[in-house]
Structure formats: C-alpha cells, structure tokens
Design a protein around this ligand. Structure first.
Ligand code: AMP
Ligand code: MG
Length: 520
C-alpha cells in the first residue's frame, strides 16, 4: 500500500474547465484549461537526488519509503484520489505568436496544501501529452540536472522561482540532436518533479484571448485572483487592472533579481513567463561570467540575441504588453493598462538603479549615482571581467585606494588592463572612493551588507556541466556537492573556495558551458 501522506487539495483541475477528451494524442484543445492524461511508465526508474527543503515544504518527511517516493515521482504510479493533467497555453516565441503550445512534457500530478501554502507538483519529462506537438514528451539527464540544481540555487539566492523536489532517471533512452547539426544521439532520460504554487504562464491567458474565448478567460482570471491574489477581492474591472499591476510588479522584481545575480534566462517567450513572477522553465539559461550586456547562452537565439542579458528588463515589458492585450477583453479600456506599462518602464529603471547601488554598498542618495553606475558598466565591459568575483571582492574596498589590485582576480585577461582601460578603471575607483565618503556606514558594515547581495557562489555553466558529465557515468557526488554548496551562496565556505574562481579556459567555448541549445 502506498504511504505518501500528502494533503491533496486540487483547485486547478477542480475549478477550471477540463478537456472532455481523455487521450494523450496530440490535438487542439478548446474551451478548456487542461487535459487529463496518464504519465508514461518508466522502464527502470531510479532516484538520483531529492531536495530535503522541498520535502519539508510539501509535508513529506524523510521516513517516506524510497520505493513509494520513486513510484510517484517517476510517473510509475498515480497518487490515490488524483488525476494528472497537462495545462493548455499558447505563447509568443521569439516575438511571434505561436498558437497553442501547452505542457508538452510537463504533467501535473496534484496540488497539495501544507503549512497554509498551496503547491502544485509537476513532473517534467514523464511522457507525451495532447500538447507534445512534434516532440516526445521526454527530458534528458543533462537538462534535468540543470533544472534541478538551478531552481534550488535560485531559491537560496533569494530569486523568485519554481522549485525542484526530485531528480529521477527513467531508465529509458531519449534521442536528441543536441546542437541541431544532424548528429542525433541517445541520452539518458530523466524526470524532475518541480513544485510551485502555480505553473500558470502569460500564455495561458493569451491563448484564450487569441481564440476569443472570453468566458473561459474570465473563469481563469477569476480563479487566479481567488487563489493567488485574493486580497484584490471579488471579480471586477478594477480587480483585473490591479491584477495586471501586481503581475507587472512581480515580474519586474524577478528580472531585477536576475540582473543582480547575473542570470540569463535564454528563452523569455511569453509561455515561459510565470503569472506569479517566478523564474520558470530552466532551459538554455546561463550565468554571466564575463560581464557583457550582449551575452546569451542560447545558440538558438544567436542571430538576434533577443534574450541577451542587457535586454531582459525590456523583454519583460514586451511580454507584459502581450499579457495586457490578453486581459483587455475583460477590461475593455486600454488606458489603465497603458498606464501600468508606462509605470513599469519608470519603476524598472528606478529598481535597477537601487539594485546596482546595493551591489556597490551605497545607501545614501546622490544625484551622480546613475553616472557612477553607467561608468562602471562601461568599464566592466571593456575587457573580460567576471561579474561574481568583481562584485564580491569589491566589498573589501576601503576607499583608501588600491581598488584595481583588489579586484585583479576578476579579470580573464589581466594583460589587457593597461593603458586606456587601466586609466578608466583608476578613474572609476576614484569616483567610487569619493562617493563612499558620503556614506555613514563603516567599511565593515558595508562589506557585510554587500556580501548579502553579491553572491559568492553561483551555478556557473561549467560547474553544472562537470556534474552532468559525472552523472552521465553514474557518479552523483558532484551533483550533491553543488547542491549543498548552493544552499549558502552568500556565505564564506573556505572548503569550497575552488568554486569561487573564474571559468576555466577549457570551458570558454564548450557546448554546455557557454553554448546551449534548446534541445533538452
Ligand atoms: P520551451 O521553449 O522549452 O519552454 O518549450 C516550448 C514548448 O515546447 C512547450 O509547449 C513545451 O512543452 C514544448 N516542448 C519542449 N520540449 C518538448 C518535448 N521534448 N516534448 C514535448 N514537448 C516539448
Ligand atoms: Mg516552456
């Protein structure tokens, strides 16, 4: 008998219209928010890792039998009194309307309530759904490790994100042409159970609006407000406008965090934008090593670099505009929505400035702060400079000079730091030193605060790749080491100093380290 004691409280599938068809076969699904289905039976599942924090969050304790846990979170068995389903959504992909997309390889098991919080449990890679289109509904080990490690790492960094409960090998192989260059290969299949209060995306609303299904759109918006924005009260035009405002603010906060920690999502399509402002869908994401506004890890986006680091805040605005269009039929007035979009523009600039000031340890207000930051951004981009190391070591600067030597470790090509570049750096450090004189905090206090904002340890692309290479051979020690390391990204971990280092040279142009495709 299965003894996973979870407090099941389904709301999405109970309160929203279901697709009346009960087959996994691919199709267009209208007048519905989701389709019931059955996960694929994995041939030989085995557990690689689970997150104790997430176990705790959903109300599972360590005593749960491994086999029961594995059966549920590999899709082999279904929790009693639950009916798995895939969500129906659309989206704008790389700037173009793509029509129906949906959970092509995500299967929602159930929602649970624990400690007053609602959590949806979702398997990624557990087989095909009506929304799988031309793909197989599966996920490979490498992308599953990347999602598993990064979701938990982002949480510990204080970035709003979906979470990860478990990582399981399915025992099946999956065919992938990783670089889309005509060289497909079999890879190990894996399944991540990810967890979030809700996996609703902008695209869920967009699809209903595109189909002019205003009735279902209203049902879905009312459901969203009732469960996730209940303080906005009963359904009304005002509540819908306030809802949009809150989504705009949450999305803005999320993207400012991304800029702070140097996270590049890679595929900011509207189907990958959470309505709760959570980082969602860890695909070809990457961590900024060289501080370069133009960088994107996603090779699929190499030509236009639409989703490069420096454009992320503007892309959120573009995506919000698409959401505004989707909500318009319920509001029938453009002006309040336009006002919110205009406010976003202003707020994101102010928010970005405040965030950058905090990275520099500046509390007081000075009219030249914008200039100080712009000057820094320009000089940081003049030669290859490691973002995490630069900001972390900057906390040691005590305004008595010697700044450049202090951050020397951050430069990938130290030889380049001479002549004009060196002069620019010295000029910036003098500006910074002068600016610090306006601060009332002691150097020690400032350093302490800066170290709660500038992470020491992030999941550098090559670190994830090393864990993937080992895991591919069946060795999960490094995966666990990184999982533990990233629980304290702001702490000093003397035994982990090796992870506070620039990307090694072998990783500079390596697939998986600096180049990632959407293949997963
Ligand atoms: P993404 O850009 O990875 O967020 O995916 C865009 C769409 O493609 C979503 O509808 C996904 O569910 C779907 N998708 C991606 N990979 C697969 C896959 N292997 N099988 C089925 N659907 C997929
Ligand atoms: Mg997606």
């Amino acid at each position: 008998m299965l003894i996973l004691k979870l407090n099941i409280k389904d709301t999405f599938s109970k309160e929203l219209p279901a697709d009346p068809v009960f087959k996994n076969a691919r199709r267009q699904v209208t007048k519905a928010c989701f389709s019931y289905l059955t996960p694929k039976k994995p041939s030989n599942p085995s557990l690689i890792h689970k997150s104790p924090e997430m176990m705790d969050a959903i109300g599972l304790d360590e005593s749960v039998a491994t086999q029961d846990f594995l059966n549920i979170f590999s899709g082999a068995e279904i929790l009693p009194n639950t009916k798995p389903y895939a969500m129906c959504y659309g989206g704008h992909q790389f700037g173009n309307w793509a029509g129906q997309l949906g959970d092509g390889r995500a299967i929602n098991l159930a929602e649970v309530e624990h400690n007053g919080k609602q959590w949806a449990l979702q398997l990624k890679g557990a087989g095909e759904t009506p929304y799988s289109r031309t793909a197989d509904g599966l996920a490979v080990l490498r992308s599953s490790i990347r999602e598993y490690l990064c979701s938990e790492a982002m949480f510990h960094l204080g970035v709003p994100t979906t979470r990860a409960l478990s990582l399981v090998l399915s025992g099946d192989t999956v065919l992938r042409d990783m670089m889309y260059d005509g060289n497909p290969d079999y890879e190990k299949g894996a399944i991540v159970c990810r967890v979030a209060p809700s996996f609703l995306r902008f695209g869920n609303y967009e699809l209903l609006a595109a189909r002019q299904d205003v009735e279902t759109l209203k049902t879905l918006v009312d459901y969203t407000i009732k469960h996730y924005f209940s303080h906005l009260g009963a359904p009304s035009k005002e509540a819908y406008v306030s809802f949009f405002k809150e989504v705009a603010v949450k999305s803005m906060e999320m993207v400012i965090h991304w800029q702070r920690v140097g996270f590049v999502h890679g595929v900011m399509n509207t189907d990958n934008m959470s309505i709760l402002g959570l980082t969602i869908d860890y695909g070809p994401y990457g961590w900024l090593e060289d501080y370069d506004f133009g960088w994107t890890p996603n090779t699929t986006d190499r030509a236009n670099r639409r989703y490069r680091y420096g454009t992320q805040p503007q892309i959120v605005l573009w995506n919000l505009l698409k959401l505004a269009n989707a909500l318009y039929p319920l509001i029938e007035e453009a002006e309040p929505l336009q006002k919110i979009l205009a406010e976003y523009q202003e707020d994101v600039e102010n928010g970005y400035l405040a965030m950058m000031k905090s990275k520099l340890g500046l509390v007081e207000v000075d009219s030249n702060d914008g200039l100080l930051i712009e000057t820094l951004e320009a000089v940081l981009q003049r030669s290859e400079t490691d973002m995490a190391i630069f900001f972390r070591t900057l906390s040691k600067f005590d305004s008595t000079g010697g700044g450049l030597e202090m951050v020397a470790d951050a430069f990938y090509k130290p030889d380049e730091i001479q002549g004009e570049i060196q002069k620019d750096w010295m000029a910036w450090f003098s500006m910074y030193a002068a600016r610090l004189k306006l601060e009332t905090q002691s150097n020690d206090q400032r350093a302490k605060t800066m170290n709660t904002i500038n992470p020491k340890y992030v999941l550098r692309n090559y670190m994830a790749q090393l864990a993937i290479d080992d895991a591919d051979k069946g060795d999960y020690k490094l995966l666990d080491e990184l999982f533990q390391l990233l629980k304290k990204p702001y702490g000093e971990q003397p035994h982990n100093e090796k992870w506070f280092a620039k990307r090694p040279d072998w990783a500079r142009n390596k697939v998986g380290c600096s180049m990632l495709s959407c293949s997963s």
